[in-house]
Design a protein around this ligand. Structure first.
Ligand SMILES: Cc1ncc(COP(=O)(O)O)c(C=O)c1O
Length: 480
């Protein structure tokens, strides 16, 4: 591909995407397609011969784009994947063109400097001091893993990373934690059974009495290692009492990691600022720009209060990576200060997003999403057939059709069938979840295109489909 072809194809792609974004609201949120059909579309052997870029692009137009989930559509309110902001999309294009490998300074001096600045912006936002540092990661899953690994090493005086895990350690997190915590506990060598899943109170915050009880039990023949607090649970946006978690962690010499992968967006909120919740008290924090800062995937982040802990956990320098040209030791090597080596230049889209929109505008988008969730809460609260799980502190809201006549098993089927019909409608995408043994619709606008009218329309659709299914199943008369 010569420069002319690159330019021509590049212009075509930009025109295509501009058109796509301009008309995204007219599309279906989720495509009408079966898994077998999409699999069949791509079932071909490895191509041996070249094709023109035009031909390749036209295949994308017929095989890929029509069968995407349009997460930028205002009706996408599902799993936490935001409408990507347009300048972030452009950033990813530039990122691939430059292909800086942020793992090593020699493969991207300015990119390394940019990531360090973006990490500084994030540590400042969280309220950390100048000793703080961090890495951009593939997402919250990896960030939670790194946070727990760093915590394990810190608490064992770096012995576990040399000799393996010798004690019967325990990690504490609420029943509303993200599954990445379970995986991290396994991956740092403790085994999943070392995780104590603690009950939550009526507002889905971890119960401190249950935490104290579990710690006391574990101290009889084991060692409490780490508390994982949540700053914005996936289901309802609940924030644990981090001040109290800090006091307990200090008393027991434990690490405190706080998962703000989703809730970190609230730090930009103007109307509901959550900067007084004690996030800065955590030893390490997960915060994902690719969630509620509206950056395209992927851009997670792991931050640590004392960046030397990262180096203590990962600071191995093999000879083939040693930078002999850095006699003065001025070149920041991410591979020494983090888990991953080859790393995409993720900071570019976060940096460009903050530069183009400013934290103020992004905070307004966050506030709009929270307002939309609170509006849906009010609609469900007033409606005789629906109930909300809790007044949403963030944008995640769970509501359910309450039918006294339905068993919990029937209710589960009802909610799943309605969610499927919502998907089939092409107008919205929502999920279902379970909270305290009941099934709920889980709705989460993390989307700068969503407007209040979409919440009203979604609520209408939910009522209509719940009633339709009850009628079809002959259960209508039993509804509350
Ligand atoms: C609270 C929380 N933590 C961690 C994660 C995992 O993040 P990722 O999907 O970016 O790996 C999620 C994902 O939704 C989350 O909600």
């Amino acid at each position: 591909m010569d420069a002319k072809e690159f330019r021509d194809v590049g212009h075509q792609v930009v025109d295509f995407l501009a058109e796509y974004l301009e008309h995204i609201e007219e599309k279906r949120v989720f495509p009408e397609v079966e898994p077998q059909t999409v699999n069949a579309l791509f079932a071909e052997p490895l191509p041996q011969d070249p094709a023109s870029a035009e031909a390749v692009l036209s295949e994308l137009e017929t095989k890929l784009v029509p069968y995407c989930t349009n997460v930028g559509h205002p009706g996408y309110m599902g799993l936490i994947t935001p409408s990507p902001n347009p300048v972030g999309i452009i950033a990813d294009f530039i990122c691939s063109a430059l292909n800086q490998n942020v793992g090593a300074y020699s493969i991207g001096p300015s990119a390394v400097a940019m990531e360090r600045r973006v990490v500084r912006w994030l540590t400042d936002l969280c309220g950390y001091g100048p000793q703080a540092g961090g890495n951009l990661t593939s997402g919250g899953m990896m960030a939670n893993f790194i946070g727990l690994k760093v915590g394990r090493d810190a608490v064992t005086g770096d012995q576990a990373q040399r000799d393996g895990v010798r004690d019967r350690f325990a990690v504490y997190a609420s029943e509303e934690r993200h599954v990445s915590v379970d995986k991290a506990v396994d991956c740092i060598g403790l085994g999943r059974s070392a995780l104590r899943a603690l009950p939550t109170d009526a507002s889905f915050q971890v119960r401190i009495d249950a935490l104290e009880h579990a710690i006391a039990e574990d101290k009889k023949n084991g060692r409490p290692l780490c508390i994982v607090g949540v700053f914005g649970t996936t289901n309802t946006g609940a924030v644990d009492d981090i001040h109290t978690l800090r006091r307990i962690a200090d008393r027991e010499n434990m690490w405190l990691h706080v998962d703000a992968a989703y809730g970190g967006g609230m730090l930009l909120s103007h109307e509901w600022p959550m900067r007084d919740r004690g996030l800065e008290l955590a030893d390490s924090i997960t915060i994902d720009p690719h969630k509620w800062f509206y950056a395209p995937l992927d851009a997670g982040a792991l931050l640590v209060k004392d960046q030397r802990r990262l180096t203590a956990s990962f600071g191995i320098k093999p000879s083939y990576l040693t930078d002999e040209l850095d006699q003065a030791n001025e070149r920041y090597q991410y591979y020494v200060h983090g888990f991953e080596q080859s790393r995409r230049f993720r900071s570019l889209k976060v940096w460009m997003s903050f530069k183009r929109y400013g934290a103020r505008q992004i905070g307004e988008w966050v506030d709009n999403n929270v307002r939309q969730a609170k509006y849906l809460y009010a609609l469900a609260e007033e409606h005789p057939e629906f109930e909300p799980a809790t007044n949403p502190p963030m944008s995640a809201i769970c509501i359910r059709f309450k039918s006294d006549g339905l068993s919990e098993a029937e209710s589960k089927i009802l909610h799943a069938e309605v969610a499927q019909r919502v998907e089939e409608s092409g107008r919205f995408w929502i999920s279902t979840t379970e909270l305290k043994g009941k099934t709920w619709f889980r709705i989460n606008p993390v989307n700068f295109r969503t407007r209040e009218e979409h919440m009203a329309e979604l609520f209408q659709l939910l009522q209509q489909e719940c009633r339709a299914i009850l009628g079809e199943k002959g259960l209508a008369t039993r509804s509350a």
